[in-house]
Ligand binder design. Structure first.
Ligand code: CU
Length: 432
């Protein structure tokens, strides 16, 4: 099936607005491929849920109505919102069946974000409770078209239903064989020769890493989790862990009629999974069209939080595992659901995330963007703001962030949903 670009035009130049969104979580029928449906859960009955497009400074008013048979809650992934709006059980009671909750918060940053259930995630996100949120800044680079691609994989049982959680999932994370972009398998996209499109990618998979390639063609990375990076960088692949976002400039292609595979290259995130080469969709190069795209050489200024020189972590966060009678527990500093020390508003945080396990873990921090300042102890110059970073097996990544004045309960966790559920998460308080 062919999919048209999404409309990501600014809605208004008349100043900040309130954007009202209804998000009823309910049972629905999800057409994952033409004529192939599964029973699922979706916001407003669609998977993904409604795409929210807003400007920096707008206020989101999102009304969650829970029409599911179990409690739920919505987390706004990557957004710097007040703690009370973060949508976790640490800051609000779960929204019970038949109940509702109104989220209200301002949008301080431009970028590609997403929202998803933060209750019984291994079931609720797998069944489709996620959607994207795009926030536009006042001065975005010009492109010929915008696309939003939300990657997900669905695990079906032999009856074609969304499979129940298996014991092995707790160890390796759940991966499904049905690969979908924006809820549909094998989509086709058309791009005019000579044109350049902005692609915003979200990895909504429970555990699958997407080492994205466009048939080996070069493309430019222009943004990460927290909006535009310092400058465009040309690559032939980029890795998206679960929870990750990346923004790309795709094109120009000169070969009219070419079919380019949107694929993921083999990636070994755990010795337990055989790395695979997968095709997610196809990009077709159509007749030539004029281009208005203009990508500046400098996209954003990323001022380093940590001065050059030796880096002294203020905190060590160790990712670990232990065998138990029910399989693996996943740990932070030797504890499941770790309670970490508070941090103070305005005090620079330099956290070394140490992966003691034999498997990669995507580390996600709620509510605050960080800079990656060292990898395996070697300083790196930060080029973007992130909220999710891969920590390779036995590897170490040092991140830095300075909590702004949003006190309350926050958390960090592995974004492999089964690992989060099995304990690889930490609570911490931001205090004044
Ligand atoms: Cu993990």
């Amino acid at each position: 099936m062919t999919t048209a670009p999404v409309s990501i035009a600014p809605r208004s130049t008349t100043g900040p607005r309130e954007i009202h969104v209804d998000l009823e979580a309910r049972e629905t029928t999800w057409e994952i491929a033409p004529g192939r449906t599964v029973s699922a859960w979706g916001y407003q009955g669609s998977v993904p849920g409604p795409t929210i497009v807003a400007n920096v400074g707008d206020t989101i008013v999102a009304r969650l109505v829970n029409s599911l048979p179990e409690p739920t809650v919505i987390h706004w992934h990557g957004l710097r919102l007040p703690a009370a709006m973060d949508g976790t059980q640490a800051v609000q009671p779960l929204v019970q069946p038949g109940e509702r909750f109104e989220y209200r918060f301002e949008l301080p940053d431009a970028g590609t974000f997403w929202y998803h259930s933060h209750a019984n995630e291994t079931v609720q996100i797998e069944r489709g409770l996620y959607g994207a949120l795009v926030v536009l800044g006042p001065d975005e680079p010009a492109f010929d078209a915008d696309r939003l691609l939300v990657f997900d994989d669905v695990k079906l049982d032999r009856h074609g239903r969304i499979a129940k959680t298996a014991l092995i999932d707790r160890h390796s994370g759940r991966e499904g064989k049905v690969l979908v972009i924006n809820g549909r398998s094998e989509p086709h996209y058309d791009i005019a020769a000579g044109q350049v499109e902005r692609w915003r990618l979200v990895n909504a998979c429970s555990a699958r890493y997407v080492r994205l390639s466009l048939g080996g063609r070069p493309f430019r990375i222009i943004g990460g989790d927290g909006g535009l990076r310092n400058e465009p960088v040309t690559v032939t692949e980029t890795l998206l862990t679960p929870g990750d976002r990346v923004e790309l400039a795709v094109g120009p292609f000169e070969d009219e009629g070419a079919e380019i595979a949107i694929q993921s290259l083999p990636y070994r995130r755990t010795a337990m999974k055989r790395p695979r080469h997968d095709t997610w969709g196809t990009l077709r190069v159509g007749p030539r069209a004029p281009s208005v795209a203009s990508i500046p050489a400098v996209l954003a200024t990323i001022d380093p939080l940590v001065p050059a020189g030796p880096i002294e972590p203020t905190r060590i966060v160790r990712l670990g595992a232990r065998m138990t009678f029910h399989g693996h527990d996943w740990l932070i500093n030797d504890e499941t659901h770790h309670h970490d020390a508070p941090v103070k508003v305005g005090e620079l945080q330099v956290w070394e995330i140490v992966n003691e396990t034999g498997m990669d873990h995507p580390f996600h921090l709620h509510g605050f963007f960080f800079q990656v300042v060292a990898i395996d102890g070697a300083p790196v110059v930060p080029t973007s703001w992130e909220d999710t970073v891969n920590i390779v097996a036995k590897g170490r990544v040092t991140i830095a962030f300075r909590p702004d004045d949003r006190p309350g309960q926050w958390m960090y966790h592995c974004h492999i949903l089964e690992h989060h559920a099995a304990g690889m998460m930490g609570h911490f308080e931001v205090t004044r």
